[in-house]
Design a protein around this ligand. Structure first.
Ligand SMILES: Nc1ncnc2c1ncn2[C@@H]1O[C@H](COP(=O)(O)OP(=O)(O)OP(=O)(O)O)[C@@H](O)[C@H]1O
Length: 261
């Protein structure tokens, strides 16, 4: 049975008019993301990865083509709270405890205090931060702060999670740990995840589908459906199957790279 399509881009284009002329951030992007997939977007700086996520989130408007989320326009999906968004930096309010940070969007949406506590407890548990509810962000490590940001994005319990390089600023050991935690969380929650990264091993380790992009204009140059099993111990990264996918991603990035600069 085919899984329903959550995100569908057809001939999607987005051009930013600037003082120096038009910047084509996305050009002719065609992509379907099915329910429950873990999709990574990889490519050099400026290839439109963030713009694509922001367009899904209705923070940017396409200039051509169509984009739907669960069959709805991005604006309708936004009203339906169809997704949670995790930014590059943790973006937690320093004057609020972790629990209060997670509660903020729920407060704004008018959830009752009881609903808020229940969601806070559940999401803190999901990201392995139970017990840290009353701490302030500065009392937590960078990795824990990023987990708290993920908890906040999960609090709405949306089926779609948009993650823009959430672990880019963390050291490799912490990142490895959070990668395997994220896979477990994905398996437990069955969410659809769109994940932006610059790291080939991270993209291959996490994804069921890898979207390789190239800049100027931002285009999709390869879409790789991963043959790796869903259960992935960290040492899967040393297997020939893993290295073969990493090789294909690297080749795609090399082919799309411009050496003009
Ligand atoms: N608001 C804007 N106005 C003008 N140009 C923009 C705007 N936002 C993004 N761009 C340009 O669009 C292109 C794509 O940017 P985007 O941030 O999506 O790239 P990216 O692949 O996410 O890069 P990075 O890996 O550095 O985050 C870049 O050339 C960028 O300079």
């Amino acid at each position: 049975m085919n899984k329903p399509i959550v995100v569908s881009a057809k001939n999607l284009g987005l051009t930013f008019p600037t003082g120096d002329g038009d910047v084509i951030a996305l050009s002719d992007v065609n992509l379907d993301i099915a329910k429950g997939e873990f999709v990574s977007f990889i490519g050099p700086s400026g290839c439109g990865k963030t713009t694509f996520l922001r367009t899904i989130a209705d923070l940017e408007q396409p200039t051509s083509g169509t984009l739907t989320i669960n069959g709805l326009t991005p604006a309708e999906a936004r009203q339906n709270r169809a997704y949670g968004y995790v930014f590059q930096a943790p973006a937690l309010y320093p004057w609020r405890t972790i629990a209060k940070n997670i509660a903020l969007p729920l407060e704004i949406m008018g959830h009752s205090a009881a609903q808020q506590s229940e969601r806070i407890a559940r999401t803190m548990e999901l990201v392995n931060l139970a017990g840290f509810e009353q701490k302030y962000p500065w009392q937590l490590s960078g990795g824990m702060q990023q987990r708290a940001s993920i908890a906040r994005a999960l609090a709405f319990d949306a089926d779609l999670l948009l993650m823009d390089e959430p672990f880019g600023a963390l050291d490799e050991i912490v990142r490895d740990h959070l990668n395997s935690e994220l896979l477990k969380l994905w398996a437990r929650t069955q969410k659809t995840i769109c994940f932006v990264t610059h790291s080939i091993p991270e993209a291959v380790y996490l994804s069921t589908k890898i979207v390789v992009m190239s800049p100027r204009p931002g285009r999709v140059i390869d879409v790789i459906d991963s043959p790796l099993p869903h259960e992935r111990p960290l040492d899967i990264r040393e297997t020939p199957e893993f290295l073969a996918i990493a090789h294909r991603v690297r080749e795609g990035l090399r082919a799309g790279h411009s050496y003009e600069e």
